[in-house]
Design a protein around this ligand. Sequence first.
Ligand SMILES: *[C@@H]1O[C@H](CO)[C@@H](O)[C@H](O)[C@H]1NC(C)=O
Ligand SMILES: *[C@@H]1O[C@H](CO)[C@@H](O)[C@H](O)[C@H]1NC(C)=O
Ligand SMILES: *[C@@H]1O[C@H](CO)[C@@H](O)[C@H](O)[C@H]1NC(C)=O
Length: 280
Amino acid sequence: MGRLVAVGLLGIALALLGERLLALRNRLKASREVESVDLPHCHLIKGIDDTVYLFVVNHPEFKNTVEIFKFEEAENSLLHLKTVKHELLPSVNDITAVGPAHFYATNDHYFSDPFLKYLETYLNLHWANVVYYSPNEVKVVAEGFDSANGINISPDDKYIYVADILAHEIHVLEKHTNMNLTQLKVLELDTLVDNLSIDPSSGDIWVGCHPNGQKLFVYDPNNPPSSEVLRIQNILSEKPTVTTVYANNGSVLQGSSVASVYDGKLLIGTLYHRALYCEL
Ligand SMILES: *[C@@H]1O[C@H](CO)[C@@H](O)[C@H](O)[C@H]1NC(C)=O
Ligand SMILES: *[C@@H]1O[C@H](CO)[C@@H](O)[C@H](O)[C@H]1NC(C)=O
Ligand SMILES: *[C@@H]1O[C@H](CO)[C@@H](O)[C@H](O)[C@H]1NC(C)=O
């Protein structure tokens, strides 16, 4: 008897819920179809859809690829979209993305063969370059670098910055609508400039540097490579401000190669040592 009452009550409850569900669908106008009404002067606002892509420079067996992933927010995972290989990308060091499969890449060498690379550096040929890659056009857009390393883009998308590590220079290149680059200026520094990152709020350039590069290649734990982080403000001005924000003789951090800043926090990464987190 009790069981029968329970089943009866459950039935009533389900009927009630079903009725409410139908009512809700009606309140939400769940099945109404829409006919398009277009306006002539509309455009989508950039950056609002926030699709996140990840570009990874990869060196499988001394080869060079750029792997492109898309961040899938719902699954909190990365979806591999594409592997980019091209004869104009023989020795990719770094890239800066300008579209879903569009990027500028630095080649730190002209050759991909390890022996020829070594010879090229030794002879100081200045054959390193910057290449623009897109699915329908690939071209050399800047050349004559000793060893083109870090590359990045200004927050307004107008300028490309390239670190020439062995020439101790940062090049500022103007980006054109056809994606060609023209050189605007060269900033000379007294250190090996590795990777570049941009403070998204100020546009300042943060540089991971090697003040004594020789020590990187001939590693001696008793005389380790140092670390140095530079901040460059107003690079387009007549006299940019260059500040040494962090420097260490290797006792704490060896071989700083990148420094990235966000919201007053600084992360310093290294070639083969540890990483440092600082509050500014
Ligand atoms: C852009 O570069 C391509 C080759 O990289 C060249 O053919 C073309 O003439 C350049 N365009 C301009 C406007 O400089
Ligand atoms: C260079 O630094 C940027 C951070 O600004 C980072 O996204 C990129 O992966 C680094 N590139 C390499 C080759 O380490
Ligand atoms: C590095 O600096 C620390 C002090 O900051 C000093 O104690 C140490 O001897 C220095 N090491 C070298 C190799 O110069």
